[in-house]
Ligand binder design. Structure first.
Ligand code: HEM
Ligand SMILES: Nc1nc2c(c(=O)[nH]1)N[C@H]1C(S)=C(S)[C@@H](COP(=O)(O)O)O[C@H]1N2
Ligand SMILES: [Mo]
Length: 436
């Protein structure tokens, strides 16, 4: 109560100022934590810090929502106060739209478990878009309102004032009228001679242009990727592929025809290690542990196993999805049946060829119909960056269960916590929460 009264007792201007500076700091911290969270390449270095960072980002997000709520009752008066300043009004509308947009999409990303993947996808897109637009704007705003630029502005004004007044000689009364007319005319000419670009506005323009040059190309690539629903990026991955797996797998008819119509959306490349490369000379695949028939395959032998084709969606917990991927591979069920799972076995553990990443399913979950040891996507070998030559696909669970560069399956008795589960992700990864 006391703090509330204290807050209300402050003058309107003081309250506005403190909201403004709190907001600046929180947006800065949200930007830093958000951008670090979005960088796929530092997932390995971050480890469990990633989960903490996400939690911190959410706390900061909630704080920013509290600030919006504190500001809300002041908005009418503030709006009226700045009625004469169109730039300030435009800035206010823009900044509020950004903050509300970040808040709304952020809350959706936070509560993703209770929401459909399509909504999470949209929220992630909006959250990213606002970041791309809002952060450069905030930087520009900060520079153009900085003390340094304010000083330049004052210098400009001082220079304008210091302009020498037209020399006014003491004149006899008759000439006075003419002198006055002359000085008025001179003033018009002086005004016309004055450069329309002051030093301060020039510097502001330079800052703006530099920001556009710095951020523009990356923004363009992002927007292009976000609206590219075809497989062109997959083609690019294949072109830059580091795997040397020969012979390439021959697609089944459904796979060659891409029965799903081609994946919709873009994968984000995630790895916690360097992206490993494989060659058919040394690549091996194994199933072992509590099975009657442990087995090892080289590439050629592996390709002889019977494969099937399925169309399924792919969902990452951070909000993005890829729809209607046409996968071709060996149903996990089939591999397990052939290996003869012993009755002691309760869990299936998956090992990545990156030698770091693992995950596991219960035996029940592992026998689901759509869990696949995949070799091809949309009629092409799975590119190295997307986990090729062989990756696990668990369509109905968040994709941290879909181990990339899969090389071994082990039947075990005790539950195993996977790479991300150890670092704070939920071991229950069902997309449809009611399945848990
Ligand atoms: C100034 C405001 C904000 C900025 C600049 C910002 C920035 C970001 C960025 C860049 C990402 C990474 C998105 C990606 O992976 O592509 C992100 C993710 C996220 N943000 Fe924000 N954000 C802001 C406000 C909020 C708010 C208000 C909330 C909600 C309380 C929120 C919740 C989240 C969540 C839950 C994620 C997903 C994290 C993950 O699972 O990786 N954000 N944010
Ligand atoms: N070996 C390995 N497998 C992995 C990961 C990883 O970092 N390493 N990331 C997981 C996560 S969180 C997701 S969303 C998907 C991402 O697959 P993609 O990189 O093909 O888009 O792979 C999963 N499998
Ligand atoms: Mo993920």
């Amino acid at each position: 109560m006391d703090t509330k009264r204290g807050w209300l007792k402050q003058s309107f201007g003081k309250r506005l100022n403190s909201i403004h500076s709190w907001n600046a700091w929180i947006v800065l911290l949200l930007t830093v934590t958000g951008i670090v969270l979005s960088i796929g390449a530092v997932r390995g270095e971050l480890g469990s810090l990633r989960v903490t960072l996400k939690q911190l980002h959410i706390y900061l997000g909630v704080a920013s929502i509290v600030l919006i709520a504190l500001y809300a009752p002041m908005i009418r008066k503030h709006w009226h106060q700045i009625r004469a300043r169109r730039n300030q009004r435009a800035n206010l509308v823009f900044v509020l739209a950004l903050l509300v947009g970040w808040a709304a999409s952020g809350v959706i990303l936070w509560q993703f478990r209770h929401l459909p993947p399509a909504l999470n996808n949209t929220a992630l897109f909006v959250h990213d878009l606002l970041t791309w637009v809002g952060v450069p704007y905030a930087l520009y705003h900060a520079i153009s309102r900085s003390r340094w630029l304010k000083r330049q502005q004052r210098l400009d004004q001082a220079a304008a004032k210091a302009a020498p007044p037209p020399a006014a000689k003491p004149t006899p009364a008759a000439a006075e009228d003419a002198t006055e007319k002359r000085s008025a005319a001179q003033a018009v000419i002086a005004a016309l001679k004055e450069s329309p670009i002051t030093r301060a506005s020039f510097l502001r323009l330079v800052a703006g242009v530099l920001l556009v040059i710095a951020v523009g190309p990356a923004f363009y690539r992002w927007i292009k990727g976000a609206f590219d629903t075809g497989g062109s990026t997959t083609a690019e991955y294949i072109a830059s592929d580091g795997n040397k797996m020969l012979p390439p797998p021959a697609p089944l008819p459904d796979s060659a025809a891409v029965v799903g119509g081609g994946a919709k959306g873009n994968f984000r490349i995630y790895t916690v290690t360097e992206i490993p490369a494989f060659s058919s000379d040394s690549w091996k695949f194994a199933i072992s542990g509590l099975v009657d028939q442990p087995n090892t395959w080289n590439w050629e032998e592996f390709l002889k196993m019977k494969r099937t084709v399925q169309v399924s969606d792919f969902h990452c917990v951070t909000g993005w999805s890829v729809y209607k991927c046409t996968w071709e591979g060996i149903p996990l069920k089939q591999l397990l049946a052939a290996a003869g799972v012993q009755s002691k076995a309760k869990f299936v553990k998956f090992y990545s060829g990156d030698k770091v990443y693992t995950d596991a399913l219960s035996l029940d979950q592992a026998n689901g119909d759509d869990i696949m040891v995949a070799v091809m996507m949309d009629g092409k070998p799975i590119p190295q960056k997307l986990g090729g030559p062989v990756r696990l696909i668990v369509p109905q669970m968040y994709a941290y269960k879909s181990v990339k560069w899969l090389q071994a399956i082990e039947l075990i008795e005790k539950e195993h916590m996977g790479y991300w589960e150890v670092r704070g992700y939920d071991n229950d990864a069902w997309v449809d929460a009611s399945k848990a």
